[in-house]
Design a protein. Structure first.
Length: 500
């Protein structure tokens, strides 16, 4: 694997191009966090408003990941990812030009769509790598892509300071944020002309039906409906938060209108799910054992992603301000220190995938890592200003390792559930990561950092218990090829690839 990564040929070339695409979407997605306190001061925002913007940054990623998953399964990763990268310029410029809280809310809601890019690469990587290597491949894609959060927190403050001569000597956060959108759009064009959806000679499998996820049992259908409701609930929670009197974005009537619209969206989702699965529900269709999968396993992976990626989103969003206020640091210094959390993505998420590949049981890998998340966040609960700063950094880095390794372990399982529906399943699981981020940041906005760390720790321990007793080892977890496919050797040695 290491030799292949250094070669930049065949499947490894696709992997490198894709993690870089994900990296850029993460830089854009988290380009607000390093400047949260600075923007708050310049635009005269209340502390509650700054915290709420962190929630807005995650909100639309919830429906976007599901929609992107459907578009991905239908149109393929190359086109879907390229268009998303180009679109990123819109919310980046909207943020850079914002003059008040309302402008920022709209721009960060739009930015949430960019955060949906992750699911595209999950499907693309699963096309190019066999099950026995899927953990490490997905871990590299996700981990090196998530490193974009570090790129944003560490480099954007430096760019803003370097460009201060254009803003009268003040930190030029507007230029730094706009620059991320320009780079992303340019790379979108490069990606469109450099990537192929599948290895030569391999067909891209699409779901037989579009509009909703196809399930294989009546019980799974109702589990999916409950899962869909959870995502709608997270959006309703955001609307409630935006209607609080100290936020001043929605009034009560507007909040109720949003709830009605969300209820309509849930009804539409349910109708589309019924359309796709109608023959199953009325008893006209049954699935062969080889075609079946249990949605309960998808739901459990959704829970694992709440506890690992959901917590990562929350911590990355609040950690710069947390270090700044807890230890009395300058915002640039606090941002760089907080960047140690996403920095570990470079090795932690790939290692979670690698452990999942090599440990011999994806189920127990997930269980053990989830327990580690719980213990480390419960330890972080005790961080305060009396701690030595290096010790606080070490504790947050340990929490970072387990949370990010958990992401790698989760997506070492996701592509093995149902290959042709990987985009939709990855979208659902990924959306629940954002669900976790929204819920955790809402708790943080109403309480404090110790309460947030405790909540995330307890949730992770419950998840570990659920994985130990209910998570099943996926069929063909360590096979040389996906079921129904022949092992592929040629793509490893393929050089330049033709466009699709």
């Amino acid at each position: 694997m290491l030799k292949g990564l250094l070669s930049f040929n065949g499947r490894y070339r696709i992997l490198h191009l894709s993690w870089l695409a994900f990296f850029l979407t993460f830089v854009c997605w988290f380009n607000f966090a390093p400047f949260a306190t600075t923007i708050g001061k310049q635009l005269h925002l209340a502390p509650e408003q700054v915290k709420t913007l962190g929630i807005c940054n995650l909100a639309l990623t919830i429906p976007a990941r599901i929609i992107i998953g459907m578009l991905l399964d239908r149109f393929g990763p190359r086109i879907t990812y390229s268009m998303l990268l180009m679109f990123a310029a819109v919310p980046c410029f909207a943020t850079a030009l914002s003059q008040n809280f309302n402008h920022l809310v709209i721009s960060r809601l739009l930015m949430g769509i960019v955060g949906a890019g992750f699911v595209v690469g999950i499907r693309l990587v699963s096309e190019w790598f066999p099950p026995k290597e899927i953990g490490i491949a997905q871990g590299i894609y996700g981990g090196w892509g998530n490193f974009g959060a570090f790129g944003a927190e560490f480099t954007l403050p430096l760019i803003a300071v370097a460009a201060s001569f254009m803003s009268g000597g003040a930190s030029n956060w507007r230029f730094a944020i706009a620059l991320t959108g320009i780079i992303s759009a340019i790379y979108g064009v490069i990606y469109l002309n450099s990537v192929q959806d599948t290895p030569p000679g391999k067909a891209y499998k699409r779901p037989k039906k579009n509009g909703a996820l196809e399930v294989t049992s009546v019980k799974s259908f109702w589990a999916m409906i409950i899962s869909n409701f959870g995502l709608i609930f997270a959006l309703g929670l955001l609307a409630w938060r935006l209607a609080q009197k100290n936020i001043h974005f929605l009034n009560q009537s507007q909040m109720y209108l949003v709830w009605v619209l969300l209820a309509g969206l849930f009804a539409y989702q349910t109708y589309k799910a019924w359309q796709v699965n109608k023959e199953l529900l009325i008893g006209k269709k049954t699935y062969a054992p080889s075609e079946r999968y249990q949605f309960s396993q998808v739901a459990l992976l959704e829970f694992t992603y709440i506890t690992n990626f959901g917590s990562e989103l929350a911590v990355v969003s609040m950690l710069p301000a947390f270090f700044e206020k807890t230890f009395g640091l300058e915002h640039v210094v606090a941002g760089m220190i907080a960047a140690t959390y996403p920095f570990l993505n470079l090795i932690s998420r790939p290692s979670g995938g690698l452990i999942s590949d090599k440990f011999g049981s994806r189920k127990w890998t997930m269980t053990i890592i989830s327990a580690g998340i719980g213990v480390s966040y419960l330890t972080a609960h005790y961080i305060n200003g009396s701690w030595a700063l290096p010790v606080a950094i070490v504790v947050t880095m340990v929490a970072a390792y387990f949370a990010q390794a958990g992401c790698g372990a989760t997506y070492g399982i996701v592509p093995l559930i149902k290959k042709e529906a990987t985009g939709q399943i990855a979208g659902n699981v990924g959306a629940y990561g954002n669900f976790g981020g929204v819920v955790y940041l809402t708790i943080f906005s109403l309480t404090d950092a110790p309460t947030l760390f405790t909540t995330m720790g307890v949730a992770a321990l419950i998840c570990a218990f659920m994985c130990a007793f209910f998570l099943k080892e996926p069929k063909g977890s360590f096979a040389a090829a996906y079921e129904g496919e022949s092992p592929e050797v040629a793509p490893q040695n393929t050089g330049i690839l033709a466009k699709e």
